[in-house]
Design a protein around this ligand. Sequence first.
Ligand code: AMP
Ligand code: GLY
Length: 434
Amino acid sequence: MNILVIGNGTREDALSWLLANSPSCSALFAAPGNAGTASRGENWSEISATDGKTLAERALEKKIDLVVIGPDAAIAAGVADRIRAAGIAVFGPDRSPGRLESSKIFAKRFMERHGIPTARGRAVHSLEAGRKVLSDWEGGCVVKADGLASGKGVVVAADAQAALATVEEWYGPAGIPGGGSGIILERRLIGRELSFFALGDGATLVPWVSACDYKRALDGDRGPNTGGMGSYTPPEGFPRNYVEIIRERILDPVARGLKAEGERYMGALYCGLMWTDDGPMVIEFNARFGDPEMQAIAPRVRGDFAALLAGAAQGRLDPALIDFTDEACVAVVLTTTEYPIRSTPLGGLPSEFALPDKVLSFWGVSRRNGDVVDTAGGRVLTISALGSSLEQARDRAYEAARDIRAKFGVDAVRYRRDIALSVSPPVEKVSSVT
Ligand code: AMP
Ligand code: GLY
C-alpha cells in the first residue's frame, strides 16, 4: 500500500514510524510532515493538513491506497469527507461524526441522548445565561468552550464564583477560546484520568489500548496546561476488567448511538475518561489518536498496523490484527524552556543521534535542513522507552532524555521529571463529587 499520513506533529512521526514498518506498507508520504516523517518517506511540505481539496487531488495522482489523519483540525475541516469522496480509504472520521470532538455541546447532547456516563452539564450561549446557571451551583465547576481550542478551552474552577470569572472573561474582550459562541458548565469530577482508544470501522468500536498522559507543564501537576509533557502505557491501578466495563458502558452505547443517528465512524475514538467511584465517566471525546499517548503506544504495537487501519478504513476491521508487547513504555517530551507560554524556534539540532536499544525518538513540528533539524520550538522531541516494568522503561527514557538534552543544550530544552512516577492512587481510594 501507498500510505499518506496527514499532520506534522510528534504523534504523526510516531504513526509514520509504525506505518513505515508495517509489512503491507510499500511507500510512505506525509503532508505536510516533519523531520521524522522525511526520514521514512516523502513529505508534501507545501500542503496544509486542512487543505482537503489539494490533499485529495495529490493522493489520487500519487495512487495513495490509505490515508491516516492525525490532527483534529483536519477532521473538523472535512478532510476525510473530501478524500473519501475521491474513492480513497481514509482512517479518520468524516466531519459530522467528528463533532464528537469539535463540538463539546454536540458531544454532551449525544451522550445524554444515548445514556453514556458523563458529568452533568449545561450549555449556555450568553453571559446572562451563564450567570443564571451558576446562581445556584454547588461545588466545583468545569468551564468548557464549545469548539476546538488547542488545549486552552477548559478551566477547572473550584466553585461557582471562580467559574463565573471565566465566563465573564470569555464573554468579554478575551473572547471564547476557539472562537465559538457556546460554553458548557459541568460538574467537576474527582477520580483518575485515563486515555482510552477504540478503533471504528463504521459499524463497531473495538477497544484498542489505553494510556495516561501528563498535561501540566511542571512536576507534581503544577503550572499551565500544555499539549502534553509525557505519557505511559499500560495504565496501572484500574480495575482488572476495566476494558470490559468501558466497552459495555461507553463503546457499545456510542456505536449504537452513531448507528441510530446514521453516522459511520471510521477512525480512532479517543475517550478521555475520569474513573470515579461510580466507574468511568467521559470528560471528552477526541476523533483521533492522542499526543503524547501515541508516542508511548507505538513502540508496544506488534503486527501489521497498516493492515489494521486499512481494514477499519474499508469497513471491516479485523480484531485479530490487534497485538501488543507486554512491555511498558514511557514517553518523555523535551520542550523549549518557555513552553507553553511561548514556543521559541530552536534550530541547528543534530538530525541523527545514537539511541540505546529499546529507546526511540520522535520529532515535533520541524524540518530537515541538510544535516540539521530546525524546529518550531514548543514540544521539540519525545523520547520513548520500553521496559519489562514501568520503572525500567522510565529509567531508560530519562537516561536518554538527559543525554539528548546535553546535545540540544541544557538551557534550550527541559522536561518533566516525574512522568510515570506519580502514578495516582488506586481507584478504591478515589471519591466522586457530583
Ligand atoms: P479536555 O480539554 O476536555 O481534555 O479537558 C482538559 C482537562 O480538564 C482534562 O484532562 C481534565 O483534567 C480536566 N477536566 C475536564 N472535564 C472535567 C470534569 N468534568 N471534572 C474534572 N476535571 C475535568
Ligand atoms: N493527550 C491529549 C490529546 O491528545 O488531546
